[in-house]
Write a protein that binds this ligand. Sequence first.
Ligand code: ADP
Ligand code: ZN
Length: 616
Amino acid sequence: MDGLALSQEAMSDAAERVWGFRAFRPLQAEAVRAVVEGRDSLVVLPTGGGKSLCYQLPPLLTENLTLVVSPLIALMQDQVDGLRLNGYPAAALHSQIEDDEQRATFDAIESGELRLLLVSPERAVTGGFLSRVRDLGVGAIAIDEAHCISQWGHDFRPEYRRLAELRDRLPGVSMHAYTATATPRVREDIVEQLGLDEPEVLVGRFDRPNLTYRVVPRVRVADQVAEILTTRHAGDAAIVYCMSRKETEQLAEGLGKRGITAGAYHAGMSGEQRRRVQERFTTERLNVVCATVAFGMGIDRSDVRCVIHASMPKSVEAYQQETGRAGRDGLPSECVLLYSSADAARWHRLIEGSAFEAGMDEDSIRPQLDLLAQIRRLVSGARCRHRALSEHFGQSYDEPGCGACDVCLDEVKPVEDSTVVAQKILACVARAREATGTAYGAAYVAEILRGRRTQKVVERGHDRLSTFGLMNGARKEFIVSCIDQLVDLELLERSGGEYPVLVLTKASVEVLRGEREVELLAPPQAARPERRRGASEDEEPLAPEEHEVFDRLRALRRRLAEEMGVPPYVVFNDATLRDMVRKRPGDAGSMLEVKGVGRAKVERFGEAFLDELQSA
Ligand code: ADP
Ligand code: ZN
């Protein structure tokens, strides 16, 4: 570069020419500049924040080679395929590359044509590679998913520990680390382990404004999930996270009975079965997957419109990461958590159980229980979800209302006369126990309050309690939800193993005596359609006739991708197809106006898409 004078214009031009990107996302320009100017850097951007561009763009400007270490072979190949379609010279080296392809790669390096070389961490630290790397003309080293270097991260990989050796072999070459993991401890670890030299640290905002968060009391999982998927996300890509393997299978089956084709995915399936589900999902032949958290790493479908948690995840970090798989293309997407306070009790038992098996003591599970308490506070409270999440990650949130969460959308309504409702429930829990000397679970207490003369209620004489029928006419779900909230407020305690029962706490007495007010939230009857504040035009839903065209373009995209053996988003992503539907380009020139369309793609796909638009 001319005296390091890197103009904003040169950067924007390249981003537009190759990728068709109109503008940089936050911190991308700064991150590119650090690489071009040869300063070490640590870039922390949330999932979907656009980290790849930060290391893909600079070598086009400096005209040398950037070496990228990336942990997942599957994603590496997709990235290379995607770049090549954009006319960007990139290649990968890992265990599954054939010898002659490898030779071609080294030839391309020698002739100075290659700009990006992706290597697996295993390959990067082999003696053969290290002895050769000095001759490759490497201008910068990029470490993707850099948190893999830290034991404090959620995905530790021992090979990452040796990556500093690369630097030793390439003195004077700048090194750049990229991650979505925000905790300070992991960040420090990355800088130290890689030996980054006074790195420029760029930390992006963790808030994901295009995601709408909802927490909904769980009543009947399969019905609720089916309703969300059919009313708001018909035909969309969606992931439903479940707590256990069995639940993924049951739910997939339950959805099938309700007319929604869904796959199950969990670590108990064979590698082959899992690959098949993953592949069908990536190639858009399957849109809904019920999965344990094993599903996600390595899935790069950027058009996931909906992530549902069938139960509460075990930490805010896990929640952020799993919901982060929605809307990576920046378009509005929804995250729904179906919550019951019983989830917390279940996690508690699981954590205790595995500690017990591992022969660990009570103290060792403290950190995990703390994480559990944090997520529980977040989901059971009625504070703006965007604000609560941002603050959890140490970032302030200044918007008065986000317009994109159940709280700010006013879907969470206080229960009228909350304190009286709480008193009725607490009194019923107390009376039922006094009458028989036994404690009961939430569902049963709800039956008494609703005045149901079920066989058990009559046998136990609970139909003669003063609290029998006190909440006549209330829905069972409503009462159970109130009970859940009382548990979260520590005004009731759930105790006992598989069938937990309710007992009063010290604080319950204050409520019963009228010394303490309670605020309860009404479960929503049915969630309303999205309406986001400040939604820009391309976020507005497509009109029905536009949707038809969109679907045709999507089908074309799938055919082309299948022919080439690449995932569909590599051809064009959803945002690009939507813009194409809106702009309806009639020739190659106007095709270039469409967001996400660069020259190489017009040459390659322009005609096919123009034809499809013409006939639509
Ligand atoms: P990350 O690695 O941070 O999770 P990616 O690099 O995979 O994110 O980018 C996520 C998505 O955003 C991709 O579909 C990518 O094409 C798109 N993207 C990245 N930068 C831009 C930009 N400046 N403008 C528009 N889209 C972008
Ligand atoms: Zn909000």
